[in-house]
Design a binder for this molecule. Structure first.
Ligand code: ADP
Ligand code: MG
Length: 237
């Protein structure tokens, strides 16, 4: 699904150069559930943003679903992003004065889906995250965990091949965090590749694969850990 070879990223300002990523190699298979951890400032968000084609890189190669990302025009890049990638952020990034329905619909409009197809996809996505009854609410009328589930619905309504999540539970209490984690696992079981940044060692252990980044360099990137027990078993009712 994702292959990157010798990828580097340097942020340059007038005063300093920051080597945010140094010669990174990474391979993510279709269907993987990978957790990316590392200290603050180690390059996690930079890597995720590059994988999400939201950020450029200075050298190296990136192949997304077999397609080279380097050298693409902006238009081709946004087409690739819209078709293949779903993104979830720590701060949900919902539009405050749009209803839940309209928030999920907006990227589908950009994609050019007709009204009937948009409605069908929105209803499916809301059902998956368990928020069908909230479609006319505004984001501010929902809890943090519910808002993140709306953001997940928005990300998956486009049926992406890979879901990239940057600390998706960072603003949630532990119960809501578990629900969001369980939802991501469920989405993964339905075939979507998932890569999430997390600070939570427990979540990293639950992921099938744990990738660590320190000072812009990846560690253990090929280490597969055995699948831990499903979250549902530990949640109870
Ligand atoms: P993490 O998500 O692991 O906390 P980041 O990827 O956000 O780390 O940042 C990695 C490094 O790159 C840090 O030193 C950070 O200060 C720097 N950095 C990130 N974004 C920018 C930017 N837009 N301009 C300059 N430096 C940046
Ligand atoms: Mg970050």
């Amino acid at each position: 699904m994702i292959t990157i070879n010798n990828l580097s990223k340097i942020f340059r300002t007038e005063l300093i150069e920051t080597h945010a990523l140094r010669d990174i190699n990474l391979h993510i298979e279709e269907g993987d559930f990978a957790a990316l951890t590392g200290p603050s400032g180690s390059g996690k968000s930079t890597l995720l943003n590059i994988l999400g084609t939201l950020e450029s890189f200075d050298s190296g190669e990136y192949f997304l679903d077999g397609q080279p990302v380097q050298g693409l025009s902006d238009a081709a890049l946004s087409r690739l992003r819209n078709e293949k990638i779903g993104f979830i952020f720590q701060s949900f990034n919902l539009i405050k004065d749009f209803s839940i329905y309209d928030n999920i619909e907006l990227p589908l409009r950009y994609r050019g889906f007709n009204a009937k197809e948009r409605k069908q996809r929105i209803e499916e996505a809301l059902e998956l995250v368990g928020l069908q009854a909230r479609s006319s609410y505004l984001p501010g009328q929902l809890s943090g965990g519910q808002q993140q589930r709306v953001a997940i619905a928005r990300a998956i309504a486009g049926k992406p091949r890979i879901l990239l999540a940057d600390e998706p539970t960072g603003n949630l209490d532990s119960l809501m965090a578990r629900q969001v984690m369980e939802l991501l696992q469920q989405i993964n079981e339905q075939g979507c590749t998932v890569l999430m940044v997390t600070h939570d060692p427990d979540q990293a252990r639950r992921a099938a694969r744990h990738i660590q980044i320190v000072d812009g360099q990846l560690h253990d990137s090929t280490l597969y850990q055995p699948l831990s027990q499903p979250l549902a078993e530990t949640l109870g009712d």
